[in-house]
Design a binder for this molecule. Structure first.
Ligand SMILES: *Cc1c(COP(=O)(O)O)cnc(C)c1O
Length: 461
C-alpha cells in the first residue's frame, strides 16, 4: 500500500473496541506451569487462592482453555474514555533514520496514569467491586501501577492501599500526589504497618525497599483486613489477559489497512504489555495461520530472560506469594539502580517464559545509555516523551530499522509504546548530564541471586 493510504494515526471507532480478551493459553500446546504452594509445592486450586485474590480473577488465572473471555460492559465503558488507543505510523522516525522499513507503534500513554497499566487496573477494580469488597492493596515501584489502580478504585468507589517502594516514594513525590488525588492511601515500604515490613526494617535499617518487599507487605495487609484482597499489576496471567486489548486493537487496525507486521517488539518487565500486544498475533502463529518474529527487550541490568533460569521461584522477597515457574534471576536478586523502574522485577510472566522456552519468542537485553539515546531520537522526531521502560522497545525497533537500511529490506516493524516519561526526568537529567552509567551484573551477581531459588524434587537448577 502506498504512503498516501496509511494515515499517521490509525484510530478505531468505539464500536471496534474488543468485546473479548484473548487467552493465548488456550492455543498453547505447552501450557504454562501451574502456581504452586510455597509450603507443600502442590498446585494451588481456586480455594487456596481465595484469601488473597478476587474470585473472578482467580478463575481467569487458572483458565487455560477458553480462548475468549468477554469484557464486561462496565469495563468497556471505562475503556472508552481513553481507548481505542492510536496505532501510529512513525513516518518521521523512518525519514530521520533513512530506512526502507515501515515502523508502527501502539501508543498506550494517553491517560493520566501514563501507561498501559490502567487496562488491567480497571478490570481488577471492577471484579473486586462486583464481589462486594471494601478495598484492595498493592505495591508500586516506579508508581505507574499504583497510579492506575488509584484511578480505577476511585471510579468504582473502592479503598486503595498502595505500598510504594521507599526510594520511589522519596524520589517521585508527584507520583504519590497523583495517587492521593485519586484517594489512595500511600505507604512507603518497608513500613512498620506490617509484620514483614517490621522484620525487614529490623534486618536492614535504612533500606530503600524493593518491589519484592512491597509485595509481601501488600499481601499481608490484604489478608489481615476483612473485605480486602491483593491485586498485582504485572506477571500474573490474568494481567496479561487484560492487556490483550492492546494487541486486539492493533490487529484490527492493521487488518483493516492490510498491514502485516514482520517483527513485533515490546519491553518486558513482568511481561504484561508485551504479552498483551503479541497474544493475538501469537495465536495466529500457534494455529499455523501466519508467522511473525517476536522480540522481548529487557534491561541488561535485570536480564531475566537472557540470563535467568526457567525454574519455580518465589514471586516476592517475603516468600508469602505462590511459587511460579518462570525465567528468573532469583527473588533476592538486587538489580543495580536502573532508571526503568518498571523493568526491575526478578521474574517474568509464566506465559511468556513458556513461549520463550519453546523458542516462539526471542529476547534481547539492552544497556541504559543506548536506551536513552533511542528515547531522545524518538522524542525529537515523533513528539512523544517516552517512558524509560518503553524506550527499550524503541531501541530495538531502531536497531531493526537500521539493519533494514543496510540490507534494503522493507520490513514492517511494530512496537509497543507503553507510556510517557514525565515522571522520569531525573533519569533524563542523568542522561543529558552524561552521568548515566551501564551496570551489567557479573556472573557472580547472577549466581548469588539464583542461589535463593527454592530447591525441591523437580526444581533443579
Ligand atoms: C510497568 C511498565 C512496564 C513493564 O511492565 P510489563 O508488565 O512488563 O508490561 C513497561 N512500560 C511502562 C510504561 C510501565 O509502566
Amino acid at each position: 500500500m502506498s504512503k498516501e493510504n496509511i494515515p499517521y494515526k490509525i484510530y478505531l471507532s468505539e464500536n471496534e473496541l474488543p468485546a473479548y480478551w484473548y487467552n493465548v493459553r488456550a492455543d498453547m500446546k505447552n501450557k504454562p506451569a501451574p502456581l504452586l504452594s510455597p509450603a507443600t509445592h502442590e498446585p494451588l486450586k481456586f480455594e487456596d487462592l481465595r484469601p488473597v485474590f478476587c474470585d473472578e480473577l482467580i478463575k481467569q488465572e487458572l483458565n487455560d482453555t477458553d480462548p475468549l473471555i468477554p469484557i464486561p460492559d462496565e469495563i468497556r465503558e471505562f475503556y472508552k474514555m481513553y481507548r481505542p488507543a492510536p496505532l501510529v505510523r512513525a513516518y518521521c522516525l523512518e525519514k530521520k533514520l533513512g530506512t526502507p522499513a515501515k515502523i508502527y507503534y501502539k501508543f498506550e500513554g494517553n491517560n493520566t496514569s501514563g501507561s498501559h497499566k490502567l487496562n488491567s487496573a480497571i478490570a481488577q477494580a471492577y471484579y473486586a467491586k462486583k464481589q462486594g469488597l471494601k478495598g484492595v492493596t498493592t505495591e508500586t515501584g516506579a508508581g505507574q501501577w499504583g497510579t492506575a489502580l488509584s484511578m480505577a478504585c476511585s471510579y468504582f468507589g473502592l479503598d486503595c492501599q498502595v505500598y510504594m517502594v521507599k526510594v520511589s516514594y522519596e524520589q517521585k513525590p508527584f507520583r504519590r500526589e497523583v495517587m492521593r488525588t485519586y484517594g489512595a492511601n500511600v505507604t512507603p515500604s518497608p513500613s512498620n504497618t506490617t509484620e514483614v515490613g517490621k522484620k525487614i526494617l529490623a534486618e536492614f535499617p535504612g533500606t530503600g525497599g524493593s518491589l519484592g518487599c512491597a509485595i509481601s507487605e501488600a499481601v499481608e495487609a490484604a489478608t489481615k483486613q476483612e473485605g480486602y484482597r491483593y491485586v498485582l499489576g504485572s506477571v500474573l496471567s490474568q494481567v496479561l489477559l487484560h492487556q490483550t486489548v492492546i494487541g486486539l486493537e492493533t490487529m484490527t487496525a492493521m487488518d483493516k489497512y492490510g498491514i502485516k507486521p514482520d517483527v513485533i517488539i515490546g519491553c518486558a518487565g513482568g511481561g504484561s504489555n508485551l504479552g498483551g500486544l503479541i497474544s493475538p498475533f501469537m495465536g495466529r502463529k500457534l494455529r499455523g495461520e501466519a508467522d511473525y518474529q517476536f522480540i522481548a527487550v529487557e534491561p541488561a541490568s535485570c536480564p531475566s530472560l537472557t540470563r535467568g533460569k526457567f525454574v519455580y521461584d518465589f514471586c516476592d522477597t517475603g516468600h508469602v506469594c505462590p511459587l511460579a515457574k518462570m525465567y528468573t534471576l532469583g527473588s533476592e536478586f538486587m538489580p543495580s539502580p536502573n532508571h526503568a523502574g518498571g523493568l526491575r522485577y526478578h521474574g517474568m510472566s509464566s506465559i511468556l517464559s513458556q513461549l520463550y522456552d519453546d523458542k516462539l519468542i526471542e529476547a534481547r537485553s539492552v544497556e541504559q545509555t543506548a536506551v536513552f539515546d533511542a528515547a531522545q531520537q524518538f522524542a525529537r522526531v515523533e513528539g512523544i516523551l517516552p517512558a524509560p521502560e518503553s524506550s527499550h522497545a524503541i531501541r530495538v525497533a531502531i536497531d531493526e530499522a537500521l539493519k533494514c537500511k543496510e540490507t534494503g529490506e522493507e520490513k514492517t516493524i511494530l512496537f509497543g509504546l507503553t507510556g510517557t516519561g514525565y515522571f522520569d526526568m531525573y533519569a533524563y537529567k542523568a542522561f543529558n548530564d552524561g552521568t548515566m552509567s551501564d551496570y551489567i551484573p557479573t556472573d557472580e551477581d547472577i549466581a548469588k541471586g539464583l542461589a535463593g531459588v527454592p530447591r525441591f524434587p523437580g526444581n533443579m537448577i
